[in-house]
Design a protein around this ligand. Sequence first.
Ligand SMILES: [Zn+2]
Length: 577
Amino acid sequence: MRIAVKLRLILTVLVCFVAVPRVTQTVFAQQSARLAPADILIMHAKVYTLDPAKPWAQAVAIRKGKIVAVGRDEEIEKYRGIGTKWIDAGGKLVLPGFTDCHVHFISGSIGLSHVLLEGAKNVAEIQQRLRSYAQQHPDEPWILGRGWDYAMFAPETLPNKKYLDEIFPDKPVFLRGYDGHTSWANSKALALAGIDKNTPDPANGQIVRDPLTGEATGALKERASSLVQKIIPKPDEVAKLRALRSGIKWANQNGLTRVHSAGGDFEELALYDELRQENQLTLRFTIAYFQDPPELRKEDVDAIEAARKKYHDAWIDADAVKFMVDGVVESHTASLLAPYSDDPSKMGALFWDPEKYKAAVAEFDKRGLQIFTHAIGDRGVRTALDAYESAEKGNHTKDQRDRVEHVETISSEDIQRFGKLGVIASMQPLHANPDDDTLNVWARNLGPDRASRAWIWNTIRAAGGRYAFGSDWPVVTLNPWMGIQTAVTRQTREGLPKDGFVASQRLTVAQAVEGYTIGAAYAGRREKTEGSIVVDKAADVIIVDRNIFEIEPHSIGDTKVVVTIVGGKVVYEAEEK
Ligand SMILES: [Zn+2]
């Protein structure tokens, strides 16, 4: 989406050099007799700990991957010893490492080398980007990319193959929308996939057709995308590892120390493990099994049980299952309790039969797995809450921290259920960026009443519910700073709309930071070991170039990370100017 600014943001981060704190080794021992020396000291900082008992400090000592002391400079200096790495933060802000609670990591990482259409304003600009990408990559057999949004194709709000055929008559082109729910193929790609007039729609998918001729237009909704996707040559293991390394680097550079994968990474668990063996895993991963409809099968249970037995530590954890009960608002696939406002013939069907979904949720709940359910429409959200409620009742389980992913709109009646049931609202602030796509497609499709409950994290919080934040990368950038800005301002980067988009949902900076730190750790069942700067917790800490609590909120998005520490190791340092 949502973001005319995404690409610009990425470029800014890439080209900007920022002043960095000095990192030096001490050459002499100064340690106190009683204190074991630290591996790293961060001194002269403004440390926002997220520890309610002691929210601010000046310095942090780290040893063997953990935080061993937090306090005033003179207290922490006592931990200095031979070989202690000394980081003078120069008054900069220190925060716990950030968790992104919703990513598709391998897909985002591979996409780093594809054409990006984010921020393009219209078809002409898209064609221009595709042409120059093709010129730079003449040997690529396919043109692959992502990031177009529905508003680029106003008033139809769906892409058409003709725009691609004009420039690529012979080369297959396949471009996913920014949200990953709709794809855009040219005639060559459709032909290679064998899609013609007579091809039936797959389950939970639609080949969009010309109303007059019945020909495929090139727009493929939901599962119909896989008809083309499956014939695209797959990257081999070497290419995937290369992509993951750059994805991890990119994440560390943005201040992330953990991600929760919501689909697409379970199949790659062995690759993550390989990176760990090679000492290259500098990001912690929670990886969910993707449970497809129509029902739970024995092989699903076997797969997830085998994986969680093998991967259940602080670096790779496969203790979660992801469901999707509906699609997205823009293409009328999000499931609603009442018809869409712009097209009353549609309500968005659930991807699951509610009873089969409920049964599958109950089975995983009984096994103690954590459940993530993608639910965007109010009917989708209710379906997920109903299943969680019935599973905990039936199994006598509690504190499972099951999650509804996205919650873009919600029935007023369901708001207090998050708090009551202990279900977490896992939301993506940048999806609420009030750009063209949000205001002119999303809000139009829902109508004013439902759009008045757009991404209402503050109301859910006030009603006793917990929220956690993420990006849904590669749907939007995984850079979390623009997410914080959006949660705080409910405005675009340009400050629009003037009064804010459902401005009652604005959070304070501290509340927005919680969504990426202690709230995210809670949402990953890891608040005892991660998410705040507290003695004995994992040493996942970042230093940033500005104090986001004090600056004008519209520049929070420009924040640069200068140092990222994961598990007590410096994994990213900005280049010194
Ligand atoms: Zn997602």
